[in-house]
Design a protein around this ligand. Structure first.
Ligand code: PEP
Length: 266
C-alpha cells in the first residue's frame, strides 16, 4: 500500500530524473572525446526528453566535451571537483570560475574517493557547495556511509550529518538547486549494489530529513540519485523506487551502450 502511494506521489511530483556518468580518472583526451560523442549520438537517437544525462569528466576533457554536448539539449557536462578557493596561489587546483568557463553546468562534490584520499571534510564541502551555487552551477553532492557504519546500524545518522554540515546553511531556494547522490561506500566499484529496498529506505530517510528542515514541498523537489555498482540489469529496479530519481554511475559509464541503457531504465 505504502509502495503504491509512493508511486502515485512520485508520478505527481515530477522531480528531475538524472543519470550522471562519473568517469573518474579514466580515458585520455581522445578516448574521452570518442566516448562523449558515442553517448551523445545514442542519447539523441534513443532517449526520452525527460531524462537528463550528465557526463562528469576529468578537468582536461571539459572544454572539448562541451562542444560535443552543446545543443544536444539532453546531455550536460560536469566537473568532478573544484577548489574551495575562488582563485590565487593554489598550484594544481581548479576553480569554479575555470570550470564554468568551459561550459560545464554541474560539479560533483564530496565523492567518497575525494573524502577518503584527499581528506575532504564536511566544512570544506560546504564552501565548495556555496561557490558552485554562487556561480550558477549545480552541485551533485555525494554522501554515503562505510561498511563499518552500515554494520553498526548508524548509517542514517551518519549520512544525515553529512547533509547537515555541508548543506543545511543553504536557503530554501538554494537547497532546491542541489542534486544529492547517495553512494554507500561499500557499493562503489565493488560489484555489490545496495538492494533497491536499501536504496529506497535511505533515500526516503534523506527526503524526510530534508522535509524536517525545509518542508515537504521543498524536499519533494530535490533529486536524490543512487550510486554504487549500478548497471543496466539492476538500474530498472533501483529507478522504480519512489524516492530514487536516477543514478551516479562509475564503471558502467565508461561504455556508452551500458551507460545509455541505464539512462533508459526509468
Ligand atoms: C561512483 O564512482 O560514483 C560509482 C558509483 O562507481 P561504480 O558505479 O563503479 O560503483
Amino acid at each position: 500500500m505504502n509502495y503504491l502511494w509512493g508511486e502515485t506521489r512520485k508520478n505527481q511530483i515530477m522531480r528531475k530524473k538524472i543519470v550522471a556518468g562519473n568517469w573518474k580518472m579514466n580515458k585520455n583526451l581522445s578516448e574521452g572525446l570518442a566516448l562523449a560523442s558515442e553517448v551523445v549520438n545514442i542519447v539523441n537517437d534513443e532517449l526520452n526528453d525527460d531524462v537528463t544525462v550528465v557526463l562528469c569528466t576529468p578537468f582536461i576533457h571539459l572544454s572539448q566535451v562541451a562542444k560535443i554536448v552543446e545543443g544536444s539539449g539532453k546531455v550536460f557536462l560536469s566537473a568532478q571537483n573544484i577548489s574551495e578557493h575562488e582563485s590565487g596561489a593554489y598550484t594544481g587546483d581548479i576553480s569554479i570560475e575555470m570550470v564554468k568557463s568551459t561550459g560545464a553546468e554541474y560539479v560533483v562534490l564530496g565523492h567518497s574517493e575525494r573524502r577518503e584520499y584527499h581528506n575532504e571534510s564536511n566544512a570544506q564541502l560546504a564552501k565548495k557547495v556555496d561557490l558552485t551555487l554562487a556561480n550558477g552551477l549545480t552541485p551533485i553532492f555525494c554522501c554515503g556511509e562505510s561498511l563499518e557504519i552500515r554494520e553498526s546500524g548508524k548509517e542514517v545518522a551518519y549520512v544525515t550529518n553529512q547533509l547537515t554540515e555541508s548543506l543545511f546553511h543553504l536557503t530554501e531556494d538554494e537547497i532546491q538547486k542541489v542534486v544529492i547522490a547517495y553512494e554507500p561506500i561499500w557499493a562503489i566499484g565493488t560489484g555489490r549494489t545496495a538492494s533497491s529496498q536499501q536504496a529506497q529506505d535511505m533515500h526516503k530517510s534523506l527526503r524526510d530529513f530534508l522535509a524536517g528542515q525545509y518542508g515537504q514541498e521543498v524536499a519533494d523537489e530535490i533529486s536524490i540519485l543512487y550510486g554504487g555498482s549500478a548497471k543496466p540489469d539492476n538500474a530498472p529496479e533501483l529507478f522504480a523506487q519512489p524516492d530514487v530519481d536516477g543514478g551516479l554511475i562509475g564503471g558502467a559509464s565508461l561504455k556508452a551502450r551500458d551507460f545509455v541503457s541505464i539512462a533508459k531504465s526509468f
